[in-house]
Write a protein that binds this ligand. Sequence first.
Ligand code: HEM
Length: 406
Amino acid sequence: MSAVAAALRLEDLAVDPYPHLAELRSRGAAVWAPNLGMWVVAGYDDAVSVLRDPARFTNDSPKSLIQATFGRQMLSVEGEEQKRHKQACLAPFTGKASRDVWQPRVDRLCGELLEAREKATEGGTVEVDLMADYAAPIALETMGIVVGLPSEDLARVRAWYEVLARSLANFEGDADVHRAGQEAAAAMREYLAERLDGQRPAGETGHGTLLEVLSGPGGTLARSEVLANLLIVLFGGIETTESMIGNALHYLLSEPGLLTATLDSRNQGEAAFLAAIEDVMEESLRYDPAVQTLTRHTTSAVRIGGTEIAAGQTVQCMIGGANRDPAVFERSDRFEPGRANVRKHLAFGLGNHFCLGAQLARAETRSALRALLERWPRVELDRASSSPPYGHEFRKPGRLVLRQKV
Ligand code: HEM
């Protein structure tokens, strides 16, 4: 056991995980963290070897809190069963659907949110917390649009989400928190079942909402599987995307010279501006990923590098550690938009469980950055009232306060 692992505390990881992850990387392929009760993998190649080997590092385990809460759905099963679940949900989340069907809706939504803040202004200065007033509603409303839920139901969905998130982080096993989580999952399942029953199936294009796609004839999923997948998709797309948008905005507005350079790219035309936004988004996914951990369970005695691990152990792949591995990313601790190999980052995972919503989340973040810069090009972050990304599991800024003359 290494001293650093013994000292690994979630609070330290929440504030600034990267020095701790660098130290873990230097200690070996997999390090036992006794106060977390699991093995921690912080190097890029080692994380990849775990994620590419679902036969030995599985998500399908009775130890999985996600499986216990949501039931069997794509994230908690493996092999053919996993392919069947994921394939059934895929149509609304392809790159094409994200770009052609949802992106214009999200563009409109971003514009409306900014306009609403302008209208609420008195005296010519808008004050906005980009987390609460922009990133959070973009993520929630978009999930509503893509899943097919009415806007007026989304406050309820968000409230259930909060209870579920607390329950999934309940490593101490508090019985009340666990019960509240089970109740929220049951209420949400009942709500989604009602919505499903009132659905018309998607047309030939397959470009319907997730509810439409899943209610189509000849589906390959049982009703309980449909509901479990609806739950995991909704759960997976809310705080993750809010955090991804928030982190990208944080770096865009606080890295020296980056805002000016991104705005200046507009002088070279629309394509250059979009490329600059893409570079900021992708580098922020590498540099400070919104989801920090990927959990797997060993099915047999295994080796990671030189480390032996028994069957039935929990292995935590630290995405932030892999994304800052200097063996893969040069000057890995520097925020450098435009890296040639940036897309090797693991922010959306890897292998069979690669994020279903990656292209949609990218579409949302692109829209969010672009709409903000187009509408308010003279934005300035109020650093004193804002706070940087924080969190050991989901990582996002607490507040991102802007004041803007309109
Ligand atoms: C539209 C928004 C999103 C939706 C609907 C969504 C949904 C999902 C679903 C259903 C899975 C499970 C896929 C499978 O098991 O085959 C997944 C996996 C994953 N998602 Fe997303 N997601 C979204 C956004 C994000 C964002 C913004 C991030 C982080 C930046 C993220 C990170 C991940 C990661 C790391 C995994 C892999 C989990 C694992 O391998 O254990 N997701 N996502």
